[in-house]
Design a protein around this ligand. Structure first.
Ligand code: ADP
Ligand code: MG
Length: 292
């Protein structure tokens, strides 16, 4: 990177629909509430990362704006949201054409060219990245020294754990040559009794840790309908406190690891063992694990 890095750059990955944007926006809101200057950059072709920071409104994406005008200013592709969070959406290619990772590249290049970080002097830059990491483009924030640390959002659903394991593979590959390291796992949508144990076991197996458990909560759905984060809509709720704790963790801890992803047969074996344990729960067998 030519530009001197300003602030802590954190990327949040996870499977589509798992709660990345909800979690990232609430963390941004909590950091802003604590007095920090925050930039949130949506790196998902869905381009709705920052919607709940801005009352549910749309924002022109970097890629669309670059397509339409030759000269782009920061004001054209950003908006100030709750608590002063500066919101940006990288955008995606025309559906069915090109690589979705291009949006991330284009956005990062433009922001460097416009010296946004030097001039805005953020304390935190949060990248909300679609993390199925099947395409090299999505690995850009981890690969090219853009983010210092990466967090992954997962639920106890196998497909979400599978995506997290793939992200671990990417971090494991790039970290030794200057890529980002893993800050930890954010366990989202915790509801079923076994969910915590399953995610804890996965992090044990991969040399990682859970940095926060976020319950599945109706407060999230309600706040989303108002186009707001929980921090803004229901600041006194327990759920808001959960997001504040996550923000505090990211602020106060610098710990990071190079994860040890499971290979395909190991992951399959691990999944089957949990299938068996969940079956036993259903049939009333009691083990010495939490509620199992
Ligand atoms: P992603 O950005 O990973 O695609 P979103 O953050 O858009 O996912 O979340 C997908 C849906 O799940 C949204 O409708 C959101 O409100 C809901 N959701 C996310 N986390 C929670 C939670 N902890 N409790 C209840 N609903 C949640
Ligand atoms: Mg999203």
């Amino acid at each position: 990177m030519s530009e001197k890095k300003q602030g802590k750059h954190v990327a949040i990955y996870g499977k589509g629909g798992i709660g990345k944007s909800t979690t990232t926006s609430n963390i941004s809101a909590a950091l802003a509430e604590a007095g920090y200057r925050v930039i949130q950059i949506g790196c998902d072709p869905k381009s709705d990362s920052t919607t709940i920071l801005r009352g549910g409104n749309d924002l022109p994406t970097v890629l669309d704006t670059l397509r339409e005008q030759s000269k782009v200013r920061i004001e054209d592709v950003s908006a100030v949201g709750f608590g002063g969070v500066l919101c940006i959406e990288a955008g995606g290619p025309v559906p069915g054409v090109g690589c979705a990772g291009r949006g991330i590249n284009a956005a990062v290049e433009l922001l460097q060219e416009l010296k946004l970080f030097e001039e805005y002097k953020p304390d935190f830059v949060l990248y909300d990245v679609l993390g199925d990491v099947v395409c090299g483009g999505f690995a850009v924030p981890i690969r090219d020294g853009i983010a210092d640390r990466v967090f992954v959002v997962t639920s106890s659903d196998f497909m979400a754990v599978f995506a997290a394991n793939n992200l671990f593979k990417a971090v494991n590959k790039y970290a030794p040559s200057g890529g980002a390291r893993l800050g930890g796992v954010i366990a989202n949508s915790i509801q079923a009794a076994y969910a915590k144990s399953l995610i804890d076991d996965f992090t044990d197996q991969t040399g990682t840790t859970v940095v926060g458990y976020v319950p599945r909560s109706i407060t999230v759905a309600q706040s989303e309908l108002y186009g707001k984060t929980v921090i803004e809509a229901l600041p006194e709720s327990g759920q808001a406190q959960v997001y504040r704790n996550l923000a505090r963790y990211i602020d106060e801890n610098e710990e990071s690891v190079i994860p040890k992803p499971l290979n395909a047969p190991e992951l399959k074996r691990w999944a089957r063992s949990w299938g068996d344990r969940i079956f036993e729960v259903e049939s009333g067998v009691v083990h010495n694990m939490a509620s199992i």
